[in-house]
Ligand binder design. Sequence first.
Ligand code: CTP
Ligand code: MG
Length: 178
Amino acid sequence: MWDIIINSLFLVIPAYSANFFPVLLKGEKPIDFGKKFIDKEYILGKGKTFEGTIGGTLFGMFIGTILIYVYPILNPYYLVTFGTNMYHHNFVTIFLISFGAILGDIIGSFIKRRFGIKRGESAPLLDQLDFLVVSLMLVSLVSEIKLSWVVFLIIITPIFHLTSNLVAFILKLKNRPW
Ligand code: CTP
Ligand code: MG
């Protein structure tokens, strides 16, 4: 069980980082250029900006780079405990997982707008899992991801996500606690 927890968290930290960072940037240039879709609703809405998209991807990669450098320090302990190597990131996986997180969140917003759910209104499960699913899909193209990690992450991510949004709300970074 501990191997599942350690590997899946090590894998997903850049995605969480990429997903959380945009809220701090308070970006102003929407990537849909404020345009509406055929349903006369915003394509994505003002919550998906260039600043957040680029900044989030870069921040996820920055945290991922730290993970690449701490790996040689952590892995020997993992190896003696579990008898195998820990999951290791490289520059391709940290890009795919960070960009995937941002892309998944954008796809989530697109879906919300099509259902008439306004920016910032909640869409339970979609809000918490959109970034994770796309991020894991992209990284699984280039590295081996275990099903048990995916299951674990799908269970814990909504809990993490709701807690971090609550903290952002208390710090007045978000208008709503979700
Ligand atoms: N953000 C951004 N660019 C992104 C993603 C997020 O600038 N690509 C910023 C926006 O300021 C956004 C905040 O991070 O309001 C929180 O993101 P999120 O909860 O995903 O957006 P919502 O405002 O809830 O919008 P939506 O309903 O479309 O999810
Ligand atoms: Mg949201």
